[in-house]
Write a protein that binds this ligand. Structure first.
Ligand code: GDP
Length: 425
């Protein structure tokens, strides 16, 4: 595949980062096309263990150009910190291997503050935001109340633009939330300390991509979160504020005509969900605690325990359809090795009726899971590298998921390391 997208099928945290890190071996360009630093992609490779937030997961591969597309929420402060962290561990990040779209909008310093203030106002009705300012950022982007990275190349105009935005935003900060207003001194410090350091990375990534395509370079799109968090097709309002779907990738990447030829959907061998909202297959009690521990299901950004459950075939089938996935990478199969029987959520029951279709968000809150069990394999599979060497019960489990979602499972991961992957042709 010359162009391919790596996307999440479920609620996010499926293990997209490790799949990108592995597959970039065969790619020249990797682009993050939406979302911001509100989630983490964990990558374990020969350089160590990294939790990337905004940087594309191709950053570790020599010769790969990483792009932050116009669709991302570009937080200069956190990006500069993140660059500092990976550079301090020996990873090279230069304008040669990292390019920021001049059309990416900037997450402004008050966006994080507004996120926290709104969650505080909502109190026990919170959305479970990671408070990275993503929702206020995208609202302002669509209101045309932020600035684009390319404006940094015109400092005087950008300062005047920011001043106008600040005066407008101060009305909300002080009169709605009773919070402290921003001043130009504070903004000047933000421009100097956070924006100027990333300026050398800013360029016209659209024309770079066009050239790369014309030269036959192999291009990968990397998504954040999963289909069920997509703003339009997810579990609204418990979604993120951007489009996580592969169909959006060319728009958010910078070259609308560059469609992915293949879409690799990443699915975890069980379900996890961070934050609030309906999570039909959720497990509780000791069984949930054991699964959470076995999978180390704690948020990469917040450390929050993730909600856990069995694989949800209803939600996963929907996610596969929405992502238009052409193949699946099934991750973390090793985590289920200790279970003597493995639960699967095969259908939902809504108002006494069983269904295999994913319901409208309001109905989802009433849905209950229909659970079936399969035999476990009860042995360590983390050293397995070939499909035929997996225990029969593990192969049956994978095949059952594959049949239910109607998409071939071609990669199966059995450990977090780069090489802990089974490729099934
Ligand atoms: P992403 O945001 O989709 O990239 O996913 P995260 O990085 O948030 O979550 C995936 C977590 O699972 C990370 O901690 C990975 O190191 C870990 N992981 C990924 N694949 C496997 C696997 O096959 N087995 C185990 N045990 N852990 C894995």
């Amino acid at each position: 595949m010359n162009t391919c997208a790596i996307v999440g099928i479920n609620w996010g945290d499926e293990g997209k980062g490790r799949v990108v890190d592995l597959l970039t071996e065969n790619y020249d360009v990797v682009i993050r096309y939406q979302g911001g630093g509100n989630a983490g992609h964990t990558v374990i490779n020969d350089r160590g263990k990294f939790a990337l937030h905004l940087l594309p997961s191709g950053i570790f591969r020599e010769g790969v150009v990483n792009i932050l597309g116009n669709g991302v929420a570009l937080d200069p402060e956190n990006l500069w910190k993140e660059i500092g962290e990976v550079v301090s561990r020996g990873v090279s990040v230069t304008p040669e291997n990292l390019k920021i779209s001049n059309r990416a909008s900037l997450l402004l310093p008050w966006h994080r503050e507004l996120d926290a203030l709104e969650e505080q106002r909502l109190a026990d009705r919170q959305y479970g935001s990671t408070k990275q300012g993503i929702a206020p950022f995208y609202s302002d982007k669509y209101q045309k109340k932020t600035v684009m990275a390319g404006e940094m190349l015109h400092p005087e105009e950008m300062r005047a633009h920011l001043k106008e935005l600040m005066e407008w935003k101060n009305l909300t900060l002080s009169r709605v939330y009773g919070s402290r207003p921003w001043t130009m001194e504070m903004l000047d410090a933000w421009i100097r300390d956070c924006c100027l350091p990333i300026l050398p990375f800013v360029c016209d990534t659209g024309s770079f991509l066009k050239q790369a395509r014309d030269q036959g370079k192999r291009i990968m799109f990397e998504a954040q979160l999963g289909a069920l968090r997509d703003l339009d097709y997810g579990i609204y309002p418990y979604t993120t504020s951007s489009n996580t779907l592969a169909a959006y990738a060319p728009i958010g990447a910078g070259l609308p005509s560059l469609r992915p030829e293949g879409v690799i959907g990443v699915v975890k061998a069980y379900s996890t969900c961070v934050g609030e909202g309906p999570f039909v297959c959720e497990m509780f009690g000791e069984e949930a605690e054991r699964l959470r521990e076995a999978g180390q299901e704690y948020g990469a950004k917040t450390g929050r325990p993730r909600r856990v459950g069995p694989v949800d075939l209803v939600a996963t089938r929907y996610g596969v359809e929405m992502q238009a996935a052409t193949e699946i990478a099934l991750t973390k199969l090793d985590v289920l090795s200790a279970m003597d029987r493995i639960p699967l959520c095969v259908r939902y029951r809504v108002d006494g009726q069983e269904t295999e279709d994913f319901p409208f968000p309001t109905e989802l809150a009433k849905a209950e899971p229909v659970i079936e069990y399969m035999e476990g394999w009860c042995c360590d599979i983390s050293g397995v590298r070939r499909w035929e060497d997996l225990p029969q019960a593990a192969r049956d489990y994978v095949t059952r998921i594959e049949q239910a979602i109607g998409c071939p499972i071609t990669y199966i991961s059995v450990g977090p390391e780069r090489e802990s992957m089974i490729y099934r042709a």
